[in-house]
Design a protein around this ligand. Structure first.
Ligand SMILES: *Cc1c(COP(=O)(O)O)cnc(C)c1O
Length: 425
């Protein structure tokens, strides 16, 4: 079906309905040549349109100063409301179920205040083995803070001996095993290391039937996979905006809180004035009255200069639509997989894709275990203008981001890889 030739790759680019978006991004250069960028799962490229969004805030601040809160063309006091509609489409939510604030790990901590409520026997948290370190630290510190022992309170779902990915049936079995001791399930929807996509709908339903809350860390999922958070009945979720969503280094996070929790007066949370009933926010009343919806979890007034790049990005996602993005994502990821297997065959390379081969269990990322050349090959690729990332012990992660990577990039990458392996042999 596929061919490993430049002509064939170019033909795929010509058929690609969203190829023009490549020109919307700024690519770094190595030796005067635009790089092949595989690390959009770590930090997305800068869209050309973003600078104008930031400049707008800077000009409003210069020209209006404090008056900008209400009289800027995009007033600052409710700037975050511009995200509700387009962002809700990215994650499959009602507009009232999403908002933007803080950064990812901070938001997970805040959501734990609401959704980790251990009591009696029901104290345990289920997460995945080798979760992103920040998530592990967050969970451990939360558990300790509540006075429990992380070693017995946090239960990890393990991979089977010799396997790279976690089996769905093992997750369900673990939920059964913990039974009525299960307080919370919190897993990364897309594993950052292997790129494995979990069946969030089934896991959510299964754990909720046991009486647990279910939250998802969507750092590698937002802007990458089809999410239906509302319909899946997910309790809460959070994600960062700087990976697939291209909003710039360390930028703000998005959160989702399901509608079913919006009017629960018992819901514990850490409060601040920006989560207060919007109509009366500036009346400076003494008693906190939570805004309805995800906005009720906001604490401080928002970093509008940071929101600006995210808004530029969210609007771009709205233009493109997740369906078109996902269609190309699957095609370009399959093509990359094909190119890797062709090079493997041609040079007898010693590497292995550890991401699931089943398209429903993976998205944009292919993680490649370099049994042979290892770190030297990674260094060779970087010098040749192929930006990947290195994860111990011997893994490079490749994310052919559909918004700005081309099929020709995949072909070109294969040629660089081939040369690298030949030279290092
Ligand atoms: C990228 C990533 C983070 C980063 O968290 P920050 O608070 O934004 O630094 C956390 N968790 C997961 C799963 C990630 O992939």
């Amino acid at each position: 079906m596929f061919q490993n030739t430049r002509e064939f790759a170019q033909q795929l680019d010509n058929q690609d309905a969203i190829s023009k978006y490549r020109n919307e991004f700024i690519f770094p250069k190595v030796d005067g040549k635009q790089v092949i960028y595989f690390t959009g799962n770590s930090l997305g490229l800068q869209p050309k349109r973003t600078k104008a969004y930031v400049d707008e805030i800077m000009s409003d601040w210069a020209n209006l100063a404090v008056e900008g809160h209400f009289y800027a063309e995009k007033p600052w006091w409710d700037y975050q409301e511009r995200f509700a509609k387009p962002l809700s489409k990215v994650v499959g939510a009602l507009p009232s179920e999403v908002t933007v604030m803080n950064t990812l790990t901070v938001n997970l901590h805040l959501l734990m205040v609401s959704f980790y409520r251990p009591s009696g026997r029901r104290i345990k948290i289920l997460c995945e083995e080798k979760a992103f370190p920040s998530d592990q630290y967050m969970l451990e510190s939360q558990v300790r803070f509540r006075g429990y022992d992380p070693r017995t309170t946090i239960v990890e779902i393990r991979r089977r001996e010799g396997e790279h990915n976690i089996r769905h049936e093992d997750i369900l079995a673990k939920i059964d095993e913990i039974g009525d001791e299960l307080a919370l399930v919190l897993i990364g929807g897309v594993n950052y290391y292997t790129g494995q996509v979990f069946d969030m709908k089934a896991i959510t339903r299964y754990a909720q039937q046991k009486g647990a809350f279910v939250g998802w860390d969507l750092a590698h999922a937002a802007g990458n996979i089809k999410l239906e958070l509302h319909d899946w009945n997910v309790d809460f979720a959070a994600w960062c905006s700087y990976k697939y969503m291209n909003s710039g280094p360390g930028n703000v996070s998005g959160i989702f809180v399901h509608e079913m929790h919006h009017s629960d007066p018992e819901m514990p949370r850490f409060a601040g004035w920006w989560g207060h009933n919007k109509e009366r926010r500036f009346k400076m009343e003494p008693k906190f009255d939570a805004a309805q919806g995800a906005e009720g979890w906001q604490i401080s007034n928002l970093p509008v200069i940071s929101l600006a790049p995210y808004l530029a990005s969210v609007e771009m996602f709205d233009e493109v639509g997740m369906d078109a993005l996902i269609e190309k994502r699957d095609r370009i990821t399959s093509y990359l997989e094909f190119v890797l297997s062709e090079i493997q065959r041609e040079v007898n390379g010693n590497f292995e894709i550890i991401t699931p081969t089943n398209p429903s269990e993976r998205a944009c990322q292919l993680s490649v275990y370099l049994h042979g050349e290892g770190r030297n090959l990674f260094d060779y690729l970087m010098k040749a203008g192929v930006i990947t990332d290195w994860r111990e012990p011997n893994v490079i992660r490749l994310a052919p981001v559909p918004l700005y990577c081309s099929f020709e990039d995949m072909y070109e990458f294969g040629q660089v890889l081939k040369k690298g392996i030949q030279q290092l042999h």
